[in-house]
Ligand binder design. Structure first.
Ligand code: JFZ
Length: 460
């Protein structure tokens, strides 16, 4: 089962020729960084996929419903490694159809997919030389799950990205943190270097074999993993693929990147990852992505039916875009390989909204007018002192006039994205008034594209 430490060292040496041990990330100018981050900043909407052996128990262990998030069942039900491992022999996702997954994502308006390559349970969804505890070697399915998804993403024009957990409840170099729980793991005396090599081999595989565009680290909180480790891992991954984007959980204690000094940010990964929340005013000056579930779990739980409404999901996407962030929306496929139908339905409904209103989301920037009472705003610079404001109206004005108070900029043109219908817009008493239909064309969010000339004020 275990590859020897020497074999691992050789693998690493062979794949990273003559690379001096990296401790600092390669120097990058602000322009180079902008170029690297460009696709990600424009994308705005990604799909998170939590998939693994935990989809088999799906929240129930030995007839007992286990509380908490589904992918934590090994920890939460206190399952011994040898017992949990046996799930691999049952893992046979014969209904897995990566072309269909990517089609659904594309229909939804999603631009990139981040999938668990290895979660805390240590089971790998990809072909790896570092351990036999992987889908190819340990399951009746016997095939790599990630390569076909990566290929399909490229074919259908999405970016393929991978999640990787540093904490590993299965690896022999890590052990339970207490008799009651794996989390947070402790390192077995003298075996940290072995785990770090193991991780490097796998990161190399994710980059070289799957050409992952983002490495989304997680499980960085156990005490044995240090900030210095994080910086070294960041630099290592960057050296393998300079164009890659890495989240902040590669290092320690920087969940949302709030209040970081500039120097700290250099090492903090490329973007912040607020989880299950949208920062009230965004994270100015920092790239960020809110990851959120559609129900109350990441990994599939058969009885979690607490689905958020499509309205909520669309408004979350708008809210996040209006604050300059990305929305990473999770699905938890079943052990058979199907994305749950309630998730598919919601994604397709989101896609219908995006088909009409996508230009108000992709490649936009944060609102220059904060959070207006009637909804949210995004913007695009049109050049020559002109700006396009996308007004996302959640609460439709009863009097047929949408007002932007405290604005001296000159309105040039206002258009309803739905039906491309032009609306009258005029300045009056230091405000811009737009005459709108009496009924909201879209009860979730109606978008008006308003072009203005001149400086936009933050609001009254
Ligand atoms: C982690 C995982 O433990 C969880 O299973 C899931 O994969 C999620 C996306 O990430 O959980 C976290 C990570 C970070 C915080 C909270 C839960 N945090 O920043 O507060």
């Amino acid at each position: 089962m275990k590859v020897s430490a020497t074999a691992l060292a050789l693998l690493v040496a062979a794949a990273a020729p003559a690379a001096a041990p990296q401790t600092a990330p390669p120097k990058e100018s602000p322009a180079e960084r902008d170029a690297r981050m460009k696709w990600w900043r424009e994308a705005r909407f990604g799909m998170f996929i939590h998939w693994g052996l935990y989809a088999i128990p799906a929240g129930t262990w030995k007839d007992r419903k286990i509380g908490g998030i589904g992918e934590w069942i090994m920890n939460n039900a206190n399952v011994p490694v040898e017992e949990y491992e046996k799930l691999a022999k049952e893992f046979n996702p014969v209904k897995y159809d990566p072309a269909e997954w990517v089609r659904v994502a594309r229909e939804a308006g999603i631009k990139y997919i981040v999938i668990t390559s290895k979660h805390h349970d240590g089971f790998c969804l990809f072909d790896t030389k570092a351990t036999d505890y992987n889908v190819v070697k340990a399951t009746p399915y016997g095939k790599d799950l990630l390569k076909p998804l990566a290929d399909e993403c490229r074919k259908q024009g999405l970016k393929f990205c991978t999640y990787y957990s540093i904490m590993d409840w299965h690896h022999p170099a890590q052990m339970r943190g207490s008799p009651k729980a794996y989390n947070p793991t402790k390192i077995v005396e003298g075996r940290k270097a072995e785990y770090m090599e193991f991780m490097k081999v796998q990161l190399q595989e994710l980059v070289k074999n799957l050409d992952t565009e983002v490495l989304w680290f997680d499980g960085e909180w156990p005490g044995w993993y240090t900030e210095e480790d994080g910086q070294a891992v960041y630099a290592f991954v960057k050296s393998l693929k300079p164009s890659i984007i890495i989240n902040n959980r590669v290092g320690k204690g920087r969940k949302g990147m709030e209040g970081l000094s500039k120097k700290d940010r250099e090492y903090a990964g490329d973007f912040g990852t607020p989880e299950q929340q949208i920062p009230a005013t965004g994270l100015p000056g920092v790239d960020w992505e809110s990851c959120m579930t559609m129900n109350d779990t990441w990994g599939y739980k058969s009885y979690d039916n607490n689905w958020k409404s499509t309205e909520k999901l669309i408004r979350n996407l708008i809210d996040i875009a209006s604050k300059g962030g990305n929305y990473l929306l999770n699905v938890g496929p079943t052990a058979e390989g199907l994305i749950p139908q309630p998730s598919v339905e919601r994604l397709l409904e989101m896609g219908r909204w995006i088909k009409t209103n996508g230009e108000s989301i992709y490649a936009t920037q944060a609102s220059p007018i904060g959070r207006p009472g009637w909804g949210r705003c995004t913007r695009k610079d049109l050049g020559g002192g002109r700006t396009r404001l996308y007004l996302h109206v959640f609460s439709w004005p009863a009097d047929g006039v949408l007002t932007l108070p405290g604005q001296t900029a000159r309105p040039l043109k206002a258009v309803l994205l739905e039906g491309a219908r032009e609306l009258a817009a005029a300045s009056k008493d230091g405000a811009i008034n737009i005459t709108v239909p009496s009924q909201a064309p879209d009860r979730i969010a109606t978008v008006i594209a308003l072009d203005v000339e001149g400086e936009i004020k933050a609001g009254p």
